[in-house]
Design a protein around this ligand. Sequence first.
Ligand code: GSH
Length: 208
Amino acid sequence: MLKLHYHPLSSYSRKAAIGLAVRGDAVELAVVDAMNGGLRTSAHLALSPFGKMPVLESPDGPIYESTSILEYLEEKGPRVLLPAGQERVARHWDRLGDLYLLDAIGKYFWNKAPKVHEETTKTMGTAWGLWEQALSDGRPFVLGDTITLADLSAAVAVDYAETEGIGFSDAIAAYRDRLYAHPALAASRDAARPFVLATLPMRSGPRA
Ligand SMILES: N[C@@H](CCC(=O)N[C@@H](CS)C(=O)NCC(=O)O)C(=O)O
């Protein structure tokens, strides 16, 4: 069986785990003890050379990088997250979501310096503007009626934007509600919550 090494708080782990759940893959979830050096053990580094998560143990060997994990599964089938004919566009939104939403909120999650707050608000604001444009014709998700790779990073980012008090428009709030109506996303949010609270004392600085 597939085994995903992940942590419920890790944004890229959540992206991969949600993708797996939306696809319906049977997977064993193995929590990495990331707070206690679990990413630096020789066993973990043998799976993930940069000491990061998520990483998938598959019949074809370990696969790291959240998008590569999902691409691997889509290649095996069924095709759920990369609809035929929309692959390039899905990958483009995945890049935007990783680079301008998930990385931005991931940084602010741990560092509440006013400068980081300013950068996060600006970068995420620009990215959400693109999402609003894509959704402006009334489609529920970025590529249409179903959740695809194009939505996954944004789904995790909107949740952490909310817990960290980085605002977004009513249109994005409605998108968040549509996303989290899916049981896989609701489960991911619920699993992350205790860690969001538990890490509060470790997260630097006053909120801007
Ligand atoms: N581009 C990678 C990012 C993975 C990543 O940065 N994971 C974080 C957790 S969200 C991590 O393992 N951080 C630990 C570290 O950098 O030491 C992906 O998409 O999987």
